[in-house]
Design a protein around this ligand. Sequence first.
Ligand code: NDP
Length: 341
Amino acid sequence: MTRVYYDSDADLGVLQNKTLAVIGYGNQGRAQALNMRDSGLNVVVGNRRDDYWNLATRDGFKVLSIAEAAEIADVICMLIPDDVQPPVYDQFIKTYLGRGKTLDFASGYNLYFSHILPPEEADVVMVAPKMIGQSVRDLYVKGSGGPALVGVQRNASGWAHQTALAIAKAIGATRVGAIESSVEEETITDLFAEQTLDGPFLLSMQTAFDVLVDAGYNPEVVLLELYSSGEVIEVLKDIVTAGLYRQLDNHSTTSQYGQLTRAPMIVSQNTKTIYQQILDDIKNGKFSEEWELEREAGYSKLTQLKKAALAHRINAAEDRIKRKMRLSWLSETGEGGSSSE
Ligand code: NDP
């Protein structure tokens, strides 16, 4: 049975008179640090001395080196990217973990794949927001919150679960519901969704663009049809609110018939076999090993793949449509591909 925790299930008192060190001040780091401070907790930030350090200082935090923050903290929140956590943990944090300390992760990745092995005496918890950092902050400020998964990897003190719930409350998650989960469940489902849905979504847009443009249709009209009009945002919102198939009634019957008859030609039994292979590669550690080798190689493959993606003609079409159309959401993004026309 799914166990969901709300504010009344969590006690911030567990974290009163304690120091929480937020390691990293990026997407999750800034959002969680601000929310926890606004929830009345004593928060310091641990970061390298650079722009993020300056931002945390401007936001009024006491900012320390990662090692100094880890040393003085009762709860250490690992909010730097997953791929850099193991060396940072080994170099600056491991020494300061011991009895009475809690190590908190926003993702189960490094625990599940045993890239980080905290000492037996420390509590190890996971509070994983299912929301980007900016939304974790924006929703909190509005009096709401982003949902999260909570889990306990090691309960050395006997208080680890209460600590995890208190962190979830402090960042606003228990206002809307924090689900009891585990490091394994969070890691597998998170990676699987990225690899089977997010990536293929981008590539299917590009493939549809290529087919229509090669057939002689105006790239800007094609882009408007595919995603630039913003209709896709509304459809995704309807999926979230009404439901995956219940939102179909918002489309014409012609559209409904086309969608339901053609989709199985693309997403077939073979797709399920591929999904299964992707799931196996995540679970048996093959993907994680590949990503570790990529990190060691200086991210050369990732750099090359992103370079190729940003050189695709769809980027130039995006630039043109952004210039020509007065659609507010087209000017909301700052970054993106820039290719010559
Ligand atoms: P970010 O990429 O936003 O982290 C940036 C921060 O990490 C900066 O403070 C940066 O400081 C620091 N950092 C980066 N590289 C290093 C390094 N080599 N050594 C020391 N500090 C470094 O991370 P996210 O917020 O995206 O992710 C943090 C955690 O939250 C991850 O576990 C992630 O899986 C999880 N998560 C993230 C979500 C999101 O919204 N992005 C959603 C849910 C969970 P510097 O200036 O020194 O580089």
